[in-house]
Design a protein around this ligand. Sequence first.
Ligand SMILES: [Zn+2]
Length: 126
Amino acid sequence: MTPIAELAAHAKAGELALQRCTACGAVQYPPRELCLSCLADALEWRVSDHEPGKVLATTTLHHSHDPQFRSRLPLRVGLVRLDAGPTTVCFLAEDCGTGTRVVVSAETDDADRAVLTAAPVQAGAR
Ligand SMILES: [Zn+2]
């Protein structure tokens, strides 16, 4: 199974899977065959139901060439730096702005591809 297919399988089960290099400890997303930091192939999966992070930037999409997204426009998208290290592209909940602390979770789209969504950390949560 390719790393992207394995990511999608985890996402279908509601799990967010990041890769961790057992040689240097780097965490990466999206998954690849080799570590981005040291090129080792000693990668393990770090699986959770969500990962904490912070919104770095946001934008709003008003057009898409992908038919599955047209009925959902406008779509809010953002860059989220996960506390674990990687920066990800996520669909954003309404109340996520630059600097918002969020939790990122994974699901699959209509084509069974993994997509990430970010929602604000609830008051009282971590
Ligand atoms: Zn490494």
